[in-house]
Design a protein around this ligand. Structure first.
Ligand code: NAP
Length: 496
């Protein structure tokens, strides 16, 4: 695709996906674009999450854009700060600074006369032919509804709002939640706290993983010889592992599911010494029902003399700590709410009005939906990266976004070439897709595995991509254009 028309493109969000969009737009010759970011720097989730121990559980060399590998990772799993630095470096290298506008939170997008009219909270307005929503998924903090939460006299905050001025060493720290975040926090803080209490509501399956160091020598070798880096990465083997993992999500009898379940069980059996603690840590649901936790050291950390796993259930929070249901008051200086995110928000609270005045809230009245996670009927030229029902949480998001871009680029080409002025999924395609998706979702381990998780929507249906990796890659390679409504310029003008 090469830009033929001077289409105005607005990208919303300067996280991993928005930066990708900017690079790809420039590559294709689109110069008339802007990336609006509500915060004061790029990075998305990696800007917002800075908690101690923050790590991505995708092997480092695979957590990059395919066109911008990074030989400089210091660990086998990438630390959050290195990921943020990678995105900052990449943004500069691809000359995106001049396309970025910070401190611009979009409050409203309305499709009028064949264009998107955008309103920022700052008062700024813009209009665009095409909008790319790269607003992220796991970033609206979910605050628990625990009685007395406002009474706590110490420091209490969500894991994604870390206060780095707060001293941690020698403190009494309580961590609520044992998703990937809570587990990483316990590993990082158990040996630093005077007392670390981990509040677990539901035990998790924990997959052992190595997190070694890359030596300076190895990093130099990767820098000097990209072929060596490619060899070490072995993309085919990695993709095969992702495929096997996703096969496990959709078929709990598959070899992949059996291997993962076996490895988690073996990890629990061999790593935890105290039989009572082992039973507390033993999950009551199928492996992978919740987002699998990868950790090299959680079991070791929770057995640290300063650490204590609390499973009694939280009665309330009081001025001095947490009172559990058995009546005990656990005195604390700091409480961290590692309680996850509201994963059904996407672009919201932005107000989004599509063709003929259809608003997103009514289009999403039952649940957030998008055809193949990218396009919503009646919202022409509004494309999402990591939108609803995409494979969020089960394959590397960065890889997902690149595949989605390939698809979006081809939809944009329909406009760029003059074949239409606007394009969005048809209602028929959306409905057929969603029926098939829901039927498949009910067969996944997220639904059958006997647990609750952020994968489930308000009606208890798993919201994530319910098929395997290879189907996703195949779908993203080329859009079935007959599934889309084409809006000729005239029709748009008449409709408005
Ligand atoms: P999460 O997986 O949603 O976990 C939230 C935790 O908070 C759960 O343990 C939940 O318990 C607990 N919780 C929620 N409300 C509670 C309440 N009222 N009382 C007690 N406990 C409560 O959130 P997360 O750990 O932040 O992770 C979210 C996602 O971010 C991950 O699944 C992953 O996709 C991503 N992430 C990835 C990495 C990585 O290494 N790649 C790191 C961090 C996050 P229940 O289980 O009982 O509901």
């Amino acid at each position: 695709m090469m830009a033929q028309q001077d289409l105005r493109v607005v990208v919303i969000g300067a996280g991993m996906a928005g930066i990708l969009a900017g690079i790809k737009l420039r590559d294709a010759g689109y110069e008339n674009f802007v990336i609006y970011e509500k915060a004061d720097k790029i990075g998305g989730t990696w800007r917002e999450n800075t908690y101690p121990g923050l790590t991505c559980d995708v092997p480092s060399h695979h957590y990059t854009y395919t066109f911008e590998r990074n030989p400089d990772w210091t660990r086998h799993l990438p630390p959050g700060s290195e990921i943020q630095a990678y995105f900052e470096r990449t943004t500069a290298k691809y000359g995106l600074q001049e396309y970025l506008q910070f401190g611009q939170e979009i409050s409203r997008c309305e499709y009028r006369d064949g264009r998107w009219e955008l309103q920022m909270q700052s008062g700024l307005q813009d209009s665009a032919d095409i909008v790319i929503a790269a607003t992220g998924v796991l970033h609206h903090p979910s605050y628990p509804d625990i009685a007395g939460i406002a009474d706590f006299q110490g420091s209490i905050f969500h894991s994604s709002r870390w206060d780095h001025d707060l001293p941690l060493d020698g403190k009494r720290i309580g961590i609520i939640g044992n998703g990937s975040t809570g587990v990483q926090l316990v590993s990082a803080l158990a040996s630093r706290a005077d007392k670390l209490e981990h509040y677990q509501r539901t035990a998790q399956w924990i997959m052992p993983v190595e997190n070694g160091h890359f030596s300076e020598e190895e990093r130099r070798a990767f820098r000097e010889d990209p072929a060596l880096l490619a060899e070490v990465m072995n993309v085919d083997a990695f993709n095969a592992a992702v495929e096997s993992y996703t096969q496990g999500l959709t078929d709990s009898n598959s070899e992949g599911a059996q291997q993962i379940g076996g490895a988690c069980l073996q990890n629990l059996e061999s790593s935890v010494r105290d039989p009572q603690l082992k039973e507390k840590l033993r999950p009551d649901h199928a492996p992978m029902c919740k987002r699998l936790i990868f950790s090299p050291d959680y079991y070791e950390a929770i057995q640290h003399p300063n650490a204590n796993l609390v499973t009694e259930g939280i009665e309330r929070i009081e001025a001095n700590g947490i009172r559990t249901r058995d009546g005990e008051l656990h005195e604390l200086d700091i409480i961290v709410l590692a309680t996850g995110f509201r994963t059904d928000q996407f672009m919201r609270p932005m107000e989004i009005i599509g063709n003929n005045g259809v608003d997103l809230e009514s289009a999403w009245a039952v649940r957030p939906v998008a055809y193949l996670a990218i396009s919503i009927p009646d919202f022409p030229n509004f494309f999402m990266l990591n939108g609803p029902n995409g494979p969020v949480g089960n394959f590397p998001l960065i890889d997902i976004a690149e595949h989605q871009w390939t698809y979006i680029e081809q939809l944009m080409e329909e406009v760029n070439s003059g074949r239409c002025a606007g394009i969005s999924a048809s209602h028929e395609a959306m409905q057929a897709f969603d029926e098939e998706r829901i039927a498949a979702a009910k067969k996944t381990v997220w639904y059958t595995g006997g647990c609750k998780s952020w994968y489930l929507d308000a009606e208890g249906i798993p919201a994530s991509w319910p098929w395997n990796y290879s189907r996703f890659v195949a779908e993203m390679a080329a859009p079935a254009l007959e599934k889309f409504d084409y809006f000729p310029v005239l029709q748009i003008k008449q409709a408005s």
